[in-house]
Design a protein around this ligand. Structure first.
Ligand SMILES: [Zn+2]
Length: 252
C-alpha cells in the first residue's frame, strides 16, 4: 500500500516526521506521495524527499484555494522552479478548482486560468495531474476533457452523478478516511472499478479521535472498500497500492 496523498511538510510534523515515517514502514506502507500545494512550502518539501529517497515522492502545484493570495509574478517564479526540479516530481498537483472556499465568479475564472496553466505545465513536463475539485466537479471534468488530459487523479472526488464520465475518460479517483462516515463515498466506491481507485489519507487532515492525521490511517479506506466491494483486505491493499505505483510511475 502507498498513501497517494498526504502533506508531510505541514508544521504539525516538524518534530516527529521521522517517527511518523518509521511507523509507516513498520506497518507495511511501501511509499508516500507528499503534496506541496503552496509555493512557500516547496523548499521544505524538496528537503523531505531528499531525506527519504525512494520512500517519499513529491507532487507540487498551487492549490486553487490560494488564488486570492498569489500574484502573477509568484506563479511565474514558482512554475520556473517546478520546471527546474522536474526530476524530483512525480506529478503536478493538487491543482484545479475550489468552489467551496471561492464563491466569486471573477475569482473562479482566475482559478480556471491557473488550472489550465497547470495542465499545460504537466504536458510540458510529461507528468500526470492530481486534481482538487471541491464543489466544482462538473467544471473540472469539462476543462480536463477540453484540454484533452489523458492521465488525471481526482483527489477526494465527491460526485457520484459524474462518475460514469470519470470512468469513461479512464481517470482515477482517491478514497480517504472520510469514507467511514460518508454514504456518498461508499456508493462511489460501489460503482467504480477497483482499477480506478487509489487510497489516500490527506494527512495531517482527517485524523482519528481529534489527533492529527497520519498516513497509517490508510487502513481505514482500505477496510471500508473491502467491506463495500466484498473483497478481502489484502486484495484491496495490494491492488490500490499497485494502482498508485502505476499512476505515478514510482521507481519502487
Ligand atoms: Zn490535499
Amino acid at each position: 500500500m502507498i498513501d497517494s496523498h498526504c502533506h508531510l511538510e505541514q508544521k504539525v510534523y516538524e518534530k516527529d516526521l521521522d517517527d511518523v515515517i518509521g511507523l509507516c514502514k513498520k506497518e507495511g506502507l511501501k511509499a508516500l506521495v507528499t503534496v506541496c500545494a503552496d509555493p512557500k512550502d516547496f523548499d521544505k518539501s524538496l528537503e523531505i524527499v531528499d531525506v527519504y529517497p525512494d520512500y517519499v515522492f513529491l507532487c507540487a502545484s498551487i492549490h486553487p484555494e490560494f488564488i486570492k493570495d498569489i500574484t502573477a509574478r509568484q506563479v511565474d517564479n514558482y512554475f520556473d522552479r517546478l520546471k527546474e526540479s522536474k526530476d524530483k516530481l512525480v506529478a503536478v498537483g493538487e491543482c484545479g478548482l475550489d468552489y467551496f472556499w471561492v464563491k466569486e465568479d471573477d475569482w473562479r475564472e482566475k482559478q480556471k486560468e491557473l488550472f489550465i496553466r497547470h495542465i499545460e505545465l504537466s504536458k510540458e513536463l510529461n507528468l500526470p495531474l492530481v486534481i482538487h475539485s471541491r464543489d466544482a466537479w462538473e467544471d473540472v471534468l469539462k476543462i480536463l476533457e477540453q484540454e484533452d488530459v489523458k492521465k488525471a487523479l481526482l483527489h477526494f472526488w465527491g460526485s457520484r452523478e459524474l462518475m460514469p464520465r470519470v470512468i469513461e475518460n479512464n481517470y482515477s479517483i482517491t478514497i480517504g478516511p472520510l469514507i467511514a462516515r460518508s454514504k456518498n463515498h461508499k456508493k462511489i466506491v460501489r460503482d467504480t472499478p477497483l482499477e480506478n481507485i487509489l487510497l489516500e489519507t490527506d494527512s495531517p487532515w482527517f485524523g482519528q479521535n481529534g489527533e492529527k492525521g497520519v498516513p497509517t490511517n490508510i487502513k481505514i479506506p482500505c477496510e471500508k472498500i473491502s467491506e463495500v466491494k466484498k473483497l478481502n483486505f489484502g486484495e484491496v491493499w495490494n491492488k490500490c497500492g499497485n494502482n498508485t505505483k502505476k499512476f505515478f510511475s514510482l521507481p519502487i
